[in-house]
Ligand binder design. Sequence first.
Ligand code: KIV
Length: 284
Amino acid sequence: MTTVLDVQRFKDEHRRFSMLTAYDYLSARILDEAGIPVLLVGDSLGMVMLGYPTTLPVTLDEMIHHAKAVSRGSRQALLAGDMPFMSYHVSEEQAIASAGRFLQEGGMHAVKLEGGGRTVGITRRLTEMGIPVMGHLGLTPQFVHQMGGFKVQGKGQAQAARILADAKELEQAGAFSLVLEGVPGDLAARVTQALHIPTIGIGAGAATDGQVLVFHDMLGLTTGKAPKFVKRYANLAEEIANAAQRFAREVASGEFPGPEHAYSANGSTPPPSGEKEEVRYGAG
Ligand code: KIV
């Protein structure tokens, strides 16, 4: 199983690694079996799975629900759960309780927290308690209203210096890795060089130690103009629509179901020898 030590080794050995978001049992199983070393149950699920306009409405209970499903589907990957808005903002005690739920109930191995500043103290406390923390700086979506939108961060010198300082403080506090989102590539390169822990970029150029994308973006399940940092490795939205239309056409024409999909009392269409006939969803 991939651990935080493996992730550190990836950086030490200059092996660039991938992280993908996962939100449910089956996609986690597919990604895990495909060998993706780190899966993030991101609060982006609020937007891509639940249809919220931002990640702010996502609750801890919703996150735990998805974390449980992902942990049931995964055997090898390091699993990180994203602490949602207001699950660590009230007090360090609240942060500890929320993070504890991710590990105890959600089956996660680590948690991710957005921001520097007071998040540094929380990171120290969680790490001391044996809860690995992934930091997240740059474009931090939970700060959308403070940032005035989903905007690239760290373009000016002062902001860039703040991000670099926050990154060092998070490392000092014990974070095992750091997501850098929506920052100029040269800033991400400077942060990556300055830290011993691995950085994982999204919209942060090519110099980070790892790269992360949102599952639905990467597979072309989200449609319309993709942000610049997204690369679509498949076009599943179109494939799904085509398959659904074919199904509807075959139902209308009577082509589906054929005899091979039907049960009969006299067993005239037995399953291939040795196989048990099962009537359940999601077999295989
Ligand atoms: O919520 C999320 O999916 C994230 C990643 C994009 C890093 O924070």
